[in-house]
Design a protein around this ligand. Structure first.
Ligand code: NAD
Ligand code: ZN
Length: 341
């Protein structure tokens, strides 16, 4: 079968021909229809420090996808051939304390599809049936293909009560933009989104931000004054991984504010802990999506009218994957979809 893989420990990704993956008793065989390019795939493409330390070549990349069940192992229950699915990319151990307690998103032995084992940039993917999510019919393929990053946005945004709250989102990458849309949909009051990229900030505005701030051009405290915010943000969603963005967030949170951190900062980030202490802040780290509470919430958000379609800015047939990676690396895009069928 055709697959898009990291074949060599240098910059790039290559189309290759590989044997069909083997299916176990508890697995589904999924025929991939569409995939989306994640920031992680771009890291793998770029062969940056993280990739060099994490990725073993050869590896089929990709973990954002929608496809159709074409076969299943003999122990699988709850699915049938023809089901349209996406899937949770964190494969968990099932035996650690958290897994056994049903908190699988906190498994300490997580293996990532398209990171630690072959992924979805292929004609077929084998996935444990436990990880698959059957999609309601009224969710289009394009949106289903981005459920993985949408899940990061939903898990982070819904960590705290948002109704009537003022929210600061630092980082208008695809996940930050989707988080802004979720905050708007569920009833946040003011939603301020920061970035350094005007293309992405305009997308954030279109998706529900009250005000966007290019921090290269404007100061957040000035914008807060303009919006009549005298006390600070109630909820902060850190979605950039950039230390200066987190510093700004700590400075501009209200006392008792709540912060969820998704963005991955460099290994050593200086933090002014006195801000955390004297403001009485709550900080929560976010990894992945809750299995499968986040997935049900995603489906329900879309079914109740949340419109994510403006997020999908580019489509390419998979043979034009290079164009897809180029536009994703340029920063001048929302989500980029590669079509396999
Ligand atoms: P992304 O890299 O596309 O988005 C990050 C954004 O931050 C970019 O638009 C960038 O321009 C912006 N930025 C740069 N400097 C900034 C500044 N000073 N202030 C505000 N914004 C600034 O990434 P994404 O795919 O949207 O993911 C967001 C973050 O979440 C990344 O750090 C990613 O690595 C991380 N992530 C974490 C998990 C998890 O499970 N914890 C999962 C997926 C992604
Ligand atoms: Zn576990």
């Amino acid at each position: 079968m055709k697959a898009l893989a990291k074949l060599k420990p240098i910059e790039g990704i290559w189309m290759t021909d590989v044997p069909m993956p083997e299916m176990g008793h508890n697995d589904l065989l999924i025929k991939i229809r569409k995939t989306a390019i994640c920031g992680t795939d771009v890291h793998i493409y770029n062969w940056d420090d993280w990739s060099q330390n994490t990725i073993k070549v050869p590896l089929i990349a990709g973990h954002e996808y929608v496809g159709e069940v074409v076969d299943m192992g003999q122990e699988v229950r709850g699915f049938k051939v023809g089901d349209r699915v996406s899937g949770e990319g964190h494969i968990t151990c099932g035996y650690c304390r958290n897994c056994r307690a049903g908190r699988t998103h906190l498994c300490r032995n997580t293996i990532g599809v398209g990171v630690n084992r072959d992924g979805a940039f292929a004609e077929y993917l084998v996935l444990p049936a436990f990880n698959a999510f059957k999609l309601p019919d009224n969710i289009p393929d394009d949106l289903a293909a981005i459920f993985d990053p949408f899940g990061n946005a939903v898990h982070t945004a819904l960590s705290f009560d948002l109704v009537g709250e003022d929210v600061l989102i630092t980082g208008a990458g695809p996940i930050g933009i989707m988080a802004a849309a979720v905050c708007r949909h569920v009833g946040a009051r003011k939603i301020v989104v920061t970035d350094v990229n005007d293309y992405r900030l305009s997308l954030a505005k279109q998706m529900g931000a009250t005000r966007t701030v290019n921090v290269m051009q404007e100061q957040l405290p000035d914008v807060m004054r303009e919006l009549g915010m005298t006390e600070g943000f109630d909820v902060g969603l850190e979605m950039s991984g950039v230390p200066s963005a987190f510093t700004a967030m700590l400075n501009d949170m209200n006392h008792g504010g709540k912060i969820a951190m998704l963005g991955i900062p460099p290994a050593h980030m200086n933090v002014d802990w006195t801000k955390v202490i004297f403001k009485g802040l709550h900080i929560k780290g976010i990894y992945g999506r809750e299995m499968f509470e986040t997935w049900y919430k995603m489906a329900a958000l879309i079914q109740s009218g949340l419109d994510l379609t403006p997020m999908i800015t580019h489509h390419f047939p998979v043979d034009d994957f290079q164009q897809g990676f180029d536009v994703m690396r340029s920063g001048q895009s929302g989500k980029v979809i590669l079509t396999w069928t």
